[in-house]
Design a protein around this ligand. Structure first.
Ligand code: SF4
Length: 122
């Protein structure tokens, strides 16, 4: 397994109305239904006036929980074409810091399947 989907385990993945519209179209649902099924109220981060809508999660063995759209067996996004803008932009640079660290740890521990975890849920 290459990428275990660490960033998809972030608890507060913001979605905008246009992201919900895209997901609704992808699943042939109304915006209201997609809003209810796929998102929930997140928590306010510094500088935010109100709590954002965020992607709902599912339970997951390594990180505690992960985005509901993440395939936990295949370790991939199941809505790649319809994923929210924030997922498209992330990590905002060419290299992923987590993956660089993971490669280092896998080599150091001589375990190609090692998954480095931090607890996102505290
Ligand atoms: S929508 Fe896809 S890319 Fe975005 S957090 Fe969920 S699984 Fe990851």
């Amino acid at each position: 397994m290459k990428c275990p989907g660490y960033c998809c385990s972030y608890p507060n993945i913001h979605v905008k109305p246009k992201d919900i519209k895209r997901l609704a179209k992808h699943f042939d649902l109304s915006k209201e239904e997609a809003h209810k099924r796929f998102t929930k109220k997140g928590y306010k981060e510094e500088g935010q006036k109100k709590a954002p809508r965020v992607l709902r999660h599912q339970k997951e063995e390594h990180f505690g929980s992960i985005c509901r759209f993440f395939d936990t067996d295949e370790r991939r996004c199941t809505v790649y074409e319809a994923r929210p803008e924030i997922c498209r932009d992330f990590p905002g640079r060419k290299r992923c810091g987590y993956y660089e660290f993971l490669k280092f740890e896998r080599e150091a521990q001589e375990d190609p399947d090692f998954i480095a975890v931090t607890n996102n849920n505290d």
